[in-house]
Write a protein that binds this ligand. Structure first.
Ligand SMILES: Nc1ncnc2c1ncn2[C@@H]1O[C@H](COP(=O)(O)OP(=O)(O)OP(=O)(O)O)[C@@H](O)[C@H]1O
Ligand SMILES: [Mg+2]
Length: 357
């Protein structure tokens, strides 16, 4: 076929399948294909980058070349880059985050928002959040996590996510690990750095995570809340309409009493209670006997008091802690009792949400 048969439309059609490596959307739709020049089988493409120093330039080179070389009449592909002007970047971030200036969470970002709460620290909120995320992902859902526990952010470490989010002006692209999107203050602060957070700053950060992050049509956005009923929980309740709350407790009846206060305060703040998960419920000794290290009955008691389902009881297992420490949550690949328990809890949550509608 003659080299003249190829036209710009054919090229644009082929480029439609090339995604910006960070944003994950077609470079054509994002307006990043700035110029197309053709001469004797050489196609020159000018790409408009969000920032000139984009570390992923080579990915554009590989992907664009791979998309165009199979076309008839293309012998060579050459790329050049320019940077977007501030106004163009603003248009792009608006396209990404929806109503970028709004202080309200736009429901198109995620179908369900679930805050994971507890009365006190150390009961396994982050462990439940992360493992629930993997179980939901395995069930075929699109999942994101906000690590809103600004005092003890641990989600990036538990998932072994070491990359940093991309910030484009006031929009942020979350880090993706194992197909789960993550946003955490931990990405911006060293783990051993002491931070004194003041109320307005906390509010601003959490609202930003909800409204200025490119979550891109999630099914579930899970939020690892700080223990107790702090300002953050209230900020989330104000920003997200119809947010659900899942309460984590240990089996100690006293612990479930604290969790109950949190759940009831949150209900006043407009969280919809989803149910209860009991963690560290029992330990199976090598001889097969069950030991109730942290007592028993706390989850059931809380579920009765709140009139909400007890979705499950997660056993104490060394592998759960190891998975968290190694950045490989147990429900990502394990078939232990705890991993099964996370799966069952996930199924019950899905069932309840389905019946709620
Ligand atoms: N079922 C379990 N079996 C064994 N270890 C567990 C289990 N659940 C949680 N852990 C471990 O207990 C510790 C505390 O759990 P986690 O960090 O999830 O609690 P948290 O409620 O988020 O705590 P914080 O209030 O500090 O954020 C972690 O080291 C975690 O790996
Ligand atoms: Mg935590």
């Amino acid at each position: 076929m003659s080299k003249n048969t190829i036209d710009d439309n054919t090229i644009l059609e082929a480029l439609q399948s090339v995604n910006d490596p960070e944003i994950g959307r077609s470079i054509v739709d994002l307006g990043m294909v700035n110029k197309i020049n053709r001469k004797n089988g050489t196609v020159k493409i000018e790409i408009k980058l969000t920032i000139m120093g984009c570390p992923l330039k080579h990915r554009f080179e590989e992907d664009v070349t791979a998309a165009l070389m199979p076309l008839e009449g293309v012998d060579k592909v050459e790329l050049s880059f320019i940077a977007m002007k501030p106004q163009e970047r603003a248009n792009l971030t608006k396209k990404m985050t929806g109503r970028a200036t709004s202080e309200m969470f736009d429901k198109t970002k995620a179908k369900h928002v679930i805050g994971i709460a507890s009365g006190k620290g150390g009961v396994g909120k982050s462990t439940v959040t992360v493992n629930l995320a993997y179980a939901l992902k395995d069930a075929g859902y699109r999942v994101g996590i906000i690590d809103a526990d600004v005092y003890g952010f641990s989600v990036p470490r538990m998932m072994g996510a070491s990359e940093l989010p991309t910030v484009i002006d006031d929009a942020m692209i979350p880090v993706t690990k194992d197909d789960i999107k993550i946003m955490s203050m931990g990405f911006f602060i060293n783990e051993d750095q002491a931070v004194l957070w003041r109320g307005p700053m906390l509010h601003k950060t959490v609202v930003q995570f909800l409204t200025q992050v490119y979550w891109d049509n999630l099914d579930f956005l899970l939020i690892d809340l700080p223990p107790g009923t702090g300002d953050i929980t209230l900020s989330i309740a104000q920003t997200v309409p119809d947010a659900h709350m899942l309460v984590v407790t240990t089996p100690q009846p006293a612990a479930s009493g604290v969790a109950q206060r949190v759940a009831e305060l949150s209900k006043k703040a407009n969280f919809k209670l989803l149910g209860v998960v009991e963690n560290m419920s029992y330990f199976t000794a090598p001889d097969g006997s069950r030991q109730n290290i942290f007592g028993e009955g706390g989850g059931r008691l809380l579920s009765t008091k709140l009139d909400q389902p007890l979705f499950g009881q997660i056993p104490l297992e060394t592998k759960v802690r190891e998975g968290g420490d190694m950045g490989q949550p147990i429900s990502s690949n394990g078939d232990s009792e705890a991993a099964k328990s996370f799966k069952e809890i996930t199924e019950k949550i899905l069932e309840k949400l389905k019946n709620n509608k």
